[in-house]
Ligand binder design. Structure first.
Ligand SMILES: Nc1ncnc2c1ncn2[C@@H]1O[C@H](COP(=O)(O)OP(=O)(O)O)[C@@H](O)[C@H]1O
Ligand SMILES: [Mg+2]
Length: 478
């Protein structure tokens, strides 16, 4: 018995021999190698070799027999010495991996993630995605992915990790868990505008990475959540980024509840802020007409979208098309009839918005809708079905979260302003949305306002003016 015990104690996991190379491969591939450490190591090894310090050391230790006498072997020895830092790092990562695997087994056991046959999910791999996030792939052991979701807090506590998302890979019978070792920031600073290309804005920061959204890939957005979650703040920062980074982009900003949220944008060129349902109806009618005209233009030129149209016609003295973003805060005011609007008016608005949501993508008409209430009455189902990107701040209860995301994650968010779930297609991540205060937004917009005035005084037409004259252009002014 004693013999057996000592044998198992001496047992070395065979993965120690090949796993370091796998870790190195992933390190190279995902660019997560500790470059400073390795550079210092290689520099020291070079110094060691070129000053013959190895000869001196072996001489001192009376181990000269170990010194390679043949040139070729000396070459291999030198190469091995230079690469030994990489090997040590690979060994270190292997140790971390094997310890993590042991902890994972214990965590799955204590979380009760076990199927009726008594089987637990098995680790397939645990690899880095970037400097902070890792992906853990487990066999599902015939367990529904919902079980993993429910046990998320337990797994986080036992493994001392922060899980970003749990994704089922049904075709392989596996589950991917994206996690990081550090918590999410409670406040995320508004990033410098230079970070964004045309049509892009930051949705937020996960524990490990910045999530950028582009209207080209995600043409329409839904922003949901209880009062105080951060919907209007999110709209403010999205509009500010899009406005400042896209010359010529037009905005129709609708806030019928208080009408205060969009005050800071009111007197900007390219921005229209209607204040009554009647005005909103008229402006949306214009947008609907623009949609029809643009569809004819695209058809006439046999192109698939406005980017292709503008590319085809640029340099031909033709009028180019700009993008139009229609933003609705507190959407229930626009979808529910009441004292402020008749049922027929609301019906018309619903029809136009639904058409823009269905057909706007190719024509460069985008919808961003924020709402507290996710139900069919307060948000037209046809509009909702086409809002492919969803940012959900905390929801009051499970059914509301289910209506918005198809799962309960928005009801489980911590009560931190700006904390949200972002769903785009099948991907879902928890993130902290950037905070841009009213005064910061005003000062950012003020500088652009001044620049705009200065440019307008110059005799030549700038790009924005040219776009404004474009065919099938929306001119929301009276
Ligand atoms: N991303 C954020 N980071 C930090 N605080 C935020 C953030 N978004 C909102 N807040 C805070 O929460 C408050 C309510 O935000 P608001 O955007 O008005 O919520 P909603 O429109 O959902 O009611 C704001 O006054 C602000 O102080
Ligand atoms: Mg609000």
């Amino acid at each position: 018995m004693k013999n057996q015990a000592s044998k198992s104690k001496r047992h070395i996991d065979p993965r120690v021999f090949y796993r370091p190379f796998i870790e190195l491969f992933w390190g190279f591939k995902q660019n997560t190698l500790p470059t400073l450490f390795l550079a210092v190591w290689v520099a020291l090894a070079c110094l060691f070799l070129f000053t013959n310090a190895d000869l001196w050391l072996l001489g001192k230790l009376e181990l000269m027999v170990l010194y390679p006498s043949h040139d070729a072997i000396r070459g291999i020895y030198g190469f091995a010495l230079l690469g030994s830092g990489h090997l040590f790092w690979g060994l270190h990562r292997t140790g971390v991996f094997l310890r993590f695997e042991r902890k994972l087994k214990a965590a799955l056991g204590s979380a009760g993630l076990q199927n009726r046959l008594g089987q637990y999910p098995k680790l397939i791999f645990d690899k880095p995605l970037d400097a902070h996030t890792r992906k853990l792939r487990l066999t599902r052991a015939h367990l529904p992915v919902k079980d993993f979701e429910t046990k998320k807090p337990h797994l986080e506590a036992s493994l001392k990790i922060y899980i970003d998302s749990i994704i089922e890979r049904r075709e392989n019978g596996t589950v991917d868990i994206l996690y990081a070792n550090k918590p999410m920031p409670k406040v995320q600073k508004f990033p410098p505008l230079e970070c964004f290309e045309k049509c892009q804005f930051q949705v937020g920061q996960t524990r490990s990475r910045s999530i950028i959204c582009s209207l080209k890939q995600t043409p329409h957005l839904l922003i949901a959540g209880q009062t105080g979650g951060g919907k209007s703040t999110a709209l403010r920062q999205i509009i500010t980024t899009l406005y400042l980074r896209n010359q010529g982009m037009e905005f129709l900003l609708v806030d019928l509840k208080a009408g205060l949220e969009f005050q800071i944008f009111e007197d900007l060129p390219r921005v229209t802020v209607p204040l009554s349902v009647d005005q909103v109806g008229k402006k949306l009618e214009l947008a609907g007409e623009t949609l029809t005209k643009r569809m004819e233009l695209l058809k006439g030129e046999k192109v698939k979208d406005i980017d292709a149209y503008n590319k085809k016609l640029s340099g031909k003295k033709a009028k180019l098309l700009n993008r139009v973003v229609i933003v609705v805060d507190e959407a229930a005011e626009l979808f529910l009839a009441g004292d402020h609007a008749s049922a027929s008016e609301i019906q018309k608005i619903r029809r136009t918005l639904s058409r823009i949501a269905r057909q706007g993508r190719a024509c460069g008409l985008h919808l961003i809708v924020a709402t507290q209430r996710p139900d069919a009455k307060a948000l037209d189902p046809q509009v909702k079905a086409n809002l492919t990107g969803i940012i959900s701040f905390p929801m009051a209860n499970l059914p509301s979260s289910m209506t918005i995301l198809g799962c309960g994650r928005a009801a489980e968010l911590p009560p931190i302003s700006g904390r949200a779930i972002y769903k785009n297609g099948l991907d879902m991540v928890e993130l902290q949305t950037p905070f841009l205060s009213v005064s910061d937004a005003e000062s950012l917009l003020e500088s652009s306002r001044q620049q705009g005035k200065a440019k307008a005084l110059q005799p030549q037409k700038n790009a924005a003016i040219k776009l404004h004259e474009a065919a099938a252009e929306v001119d929301f002014g009276e």
